[in-house]
Design a protein around this ligand. Sequence first.
Ligand code: CTP
Length: 222
Amino acid sequence: MSGPLIGMKVVVSAGPTFEDIDPARFLGNRSSGKMGFAIAAVAAQRGAEVVLVAGPVHLPTPEGVRRVDVRSAAQMHRAVMDALPCDLYIGAAAVADFTPRAPLERKLKKQPGQDVLVLELVRTRDILADVAAHPQRPAQVVGFAAETNDVAAYARSKLERKGLDLICANQVGLPGCGFESDDNALLVIDAHGDRPLGPAPKHVLAAQLLDLIGQRIRGGRT
Ligand code: CTP
């Protein structure tokens, strides 16, 4: 095996999480997992040892990648923590920010005349922020931010709040890009500035993103 990432361990999270309401229903989101899977594939091609923590998606496992399948945000948190230490963590998953307080053991039945249902949701643990604050913090911690408006400003505040090295902002709703698409456009932001990548196929963006991260690692930028 050869390649610029040889000797490095990379952990990538990808896809949505499903938060169970009862045995028949869940809260999910539209993430396809394609961006995270593309990053994992390119990292493995470049010689890294790759652990891909995947939410519920129907995508083939990229060659040379160790895949850990999970369903909920809590399971994803545990699997990522179990995969540490590593040199690089890329949080490409669309993790639920809230989950039902207690999933029901039996199917929720509607009551006669019931017009409104109130679901009580509680915050999930932030995997990305926990990785960035971990005693065995990876040298590079990279997040994603999906925004509909004020993309750069919101993403930069996430970079600072979560203690990240780099954040990749997606504008949600850009025609031909995003969740279920094969193409995407990113604004990659660090402490020094920002740089647009794409629009391009997700595997091309994955290669460009890993080029940027590789430069940061070699340049010793933290
Ligand atoms: N993330 C995570 N754990 C969570 C929630 C999010 O690791 N419980 C990570 C995602 O993998 C992604 C980034 O955090 O890398 C997204 O940040 P988040 O604050 O969740 O952004 P949004 O989902 O866009 O939510 P909002 O803008 O409402 O804060």
